[in-house]
Design a binder for this molecule. Structure first.
Ligand code: SF4
Length: 410
C-alpha cells in the first residue's frame, strides 16, 4: 500500500470473521465487546477473546478498533469507562464512540486511548470535525449522508483530522442509524445495539375500521419494502474516494458471516492494490462487482456518495451468487489432502471454487475423506465435520470453498 492509499477496515463480529478479514487483506478490523458496541447480537469479544484478537492483529502488523458507540445513560457510564480502561490495557488501537458525554468522560478518565468518532454521531461538516478534534479525537467516521465532494472539502478544511467513510454494506433508512423504529416495534433499541431491523420487514396497508384486512402494496413481484434502504456499494467510486484523501474505508457487517467478510475484503483489497499499482481500474471493475455479488447483499447503489441517492428505499430480500461450502483449516502446498471444515453440502462432480487472497480458482470437486469415519464419500450433508479433499491448487489455512447458490432467497 502506498502512503496515500487508504486503510481497508473490515468487520470482525467474532474471531472467525477477524481471521477471514486478516487472511484476505484487511489493514485493520473493528469489533465490539459484549457490551457497548451497537451490535448486541454479533458474537462480539469477551476480555479473553479481545486479547487474542488484538494480539492476532498486532502480530500481523494490523490494527484493532473497538466499537463503543452506544449512547450510554448516566447510570451506564461507570461500567462504560471501566470497559474502556480494560480495552486500553489490552492494547486496542482506538475506541469508536458516538456520544459527546462518553467522549468527554473517556478523554478525562482514559486519556491514552485514541478515539474515533462513530458514524452514529452524524458528522457532516468541517465545524463538527473541528469540535471533535478540539475534544482530543483522532478520527471522524462521517455520516453516510456525506457525499464524496463534501468529504473532500472537509479534509481540505481540517487536514489534521483522519476521515473515514463507509464503502460497503447495509444502510439504515434513518439518519446514520439514529432510529427508534426497532425500539417502538420490537422493544429493542438500535441505539443500545439491539436493532431487530423492522425496516426490512414486509408491510401492508390496514384501514382503521377493518383491522383484519391487510391490503397488499406491491412495488414489484416481491411485495413492498418501503422502509428498506438499498445496500451501499462504492466499489465503482473507489478512485474518487482515494483521490479525496479518505484515510480509512470501512466495510459494514459485524453480524455477517466470515464468508461474507472474506469475499468483500478480497474484492476491495484487490481493487486498492490495483489502484496503488496504477492498474486499469475501469477494466477490472466488472470483475470486482461480480465478485462482490458472490456475498449476500440486497439491491445496492452508491447511496449519498454522489449527492442525493437514486433509490431512497424498496430493497427486497438478499441475493447471493455463491454459497459458502467450507473453509480450509489446514492448507497444503500442492492442494492434496487439504483439510476443510464443512459448512454446506456439495457433491463430487460439481464445479466449485477456491477463494484465496490471490484470486478465485474453479475446479471439479472429487470424492473426499470424512475424517470422523475414514470413509471416502461423494457428498455429506452434515455441516461442522472435518473433511479432506484433493484440490488442484495450493491451499492456505483460511481459504474458502464456495459453489453456486442453490436457494436464491428473494
Ligand atoms: S430499524 Fe432499520 S433503519 Fe432503524 S436502526 Fe435498525 S436497521 Fe437501521
Amino acid at each position: 500500500m502506498t502512503n496515500r492509499m487508504p486503510e481497508l477496515l473490515c468487520p470482525a463480529g467474532n474471531l472467525e470473521s477477524l481471521e477471514a478479514a486478516l487472511h484476505f487483506g484487511a489493514d485493520a478490523v473493528y469489533g465490539g465487546m459484549k457490551q457497548f458496541g451497537l451490535r448486541a447480537f454479533a458474537g462480539n469479544f469477551d476480555e479473553e477473546a479481545l486479547t487474542q484478537a488484538v494480539e492476532k492483529m498486532h502480530g500481523a502488523g494490523k490494527k484493532f478498533y473497538l466499537t463503543m458507540n452506544i449512547f450510554p445513560f448516566d447510570d451506564q457510564l461507570d461500567d462504560f469507562i471501566a470497559a474502556a480502561k480494560a480495552a486500553r490495557d489490552i492494547g486496542v488501537d482506538a475506541a469508536i464512540v458516538s456520544d459527546l458525554g462518553a467522549i468527554a468522560a473517556l478523554r478525562r478518565e482514559v486519556p491514552e486511548l485514541p478515539l474515533h468518532v462513530s458514524t452514529q454521531a452524524s458528522t457532516v461538516n468541517a465545524e463538527a470535525v473541528r469540535v471533535y478534534r478540539d475534544m482530543g479525537c483522532e478520527r471522524v467516521i462521517l455520516a453516510r449522508e456525506t457525499s464524496i465532494a463534501r468529504a473532500k472539502e472537509i479534509i481540505r478544511r481540517v487536514p489534521e483530522m483522519e476521515i473515514e467513510t463507509f464503502v460497503h454494506g447495509a444502510s439504515c433508512m434513518a439518519y446514520s442509524g439514529r432510529c427508534l423504529l426497532s425500539a417502538a416495534m420490537a422493544g429493542r433499541s438500535g441505539n443500545q445495539g439491539e436493532c431487530a431491523q423492522p425496516c426490512r420487514w414486509h408491510y401492508s396497508v390496514v384501514e382503521e375500521k377493518r383491522p383484519s384486512e391487510y391490503m397488499p402494496v406491491c412495488e414489484d413481484e416481491n411485495g413492498t419494502y418501503i422502509f428498506s434502504a438499498h445496500d451501499l456499494n462504492l466499489m465503482p467510486l473507489l478512485p474518487e474516494l482515494v483521490d479525496a484523501g479518505i484515510k480509512s474505508l470501512k466495510i459494514e457487517g459485524r453480524m455477517k458471516t466470515a464468508y461474507y467478510v472474506a469475499t468483500v475484503t478480497a474484492a476491495y483489497r484487490r481493487a486498492l492494490d490495483l489502484l496503488a499499482d496504477g492498474g486499469d481500474f475501469a477494466a477490472a471493475l466488472p470483475g470486482l462487482m461480480a465478485e462482490l455479488s458472490c456475498a449476500s447483499h440486497r439491491d445496492s447503489d452508491t447511496g449519498f456518495a454522489l449527492g442525493k441517492p437514486a433509490n431512497p428505499g424498496g430493497a427486497d430480500g438478499f441475493h447471493q451468487e455463491r454459497e459458502y461450502l467450507a473453509h480450509v483449516v489446514e492448507g497444503s502446498r500442492d492442494g492434496r489432502g487439504t483439510r476443510f471444515l464443512l459448512k454446506n453440502r456439495f457433491k463430487a462432480g460439481e464445479t466449485i471454487e477456491l477463494l484465496t487472497p490471490s484470486g478465485v480458482h474453479a475446479f471439479e470437486a472429487v470424492p473426499f475423506l470424512r475424517e470422523k469415519t475414514g470413509e471416502i464419500v461423494d457428498t455429506l450433508g452434515i455441516g461442522g465435520e472435518i473433511i479432506r479433499m484433493d484440490i488442484p491448487f495450493a491451499t492456505e489455512t483460511g481459504d474458502f470453498l464456495r459453489g453456486e447458490t442453490r436457494n436464491h432467497r428473494k
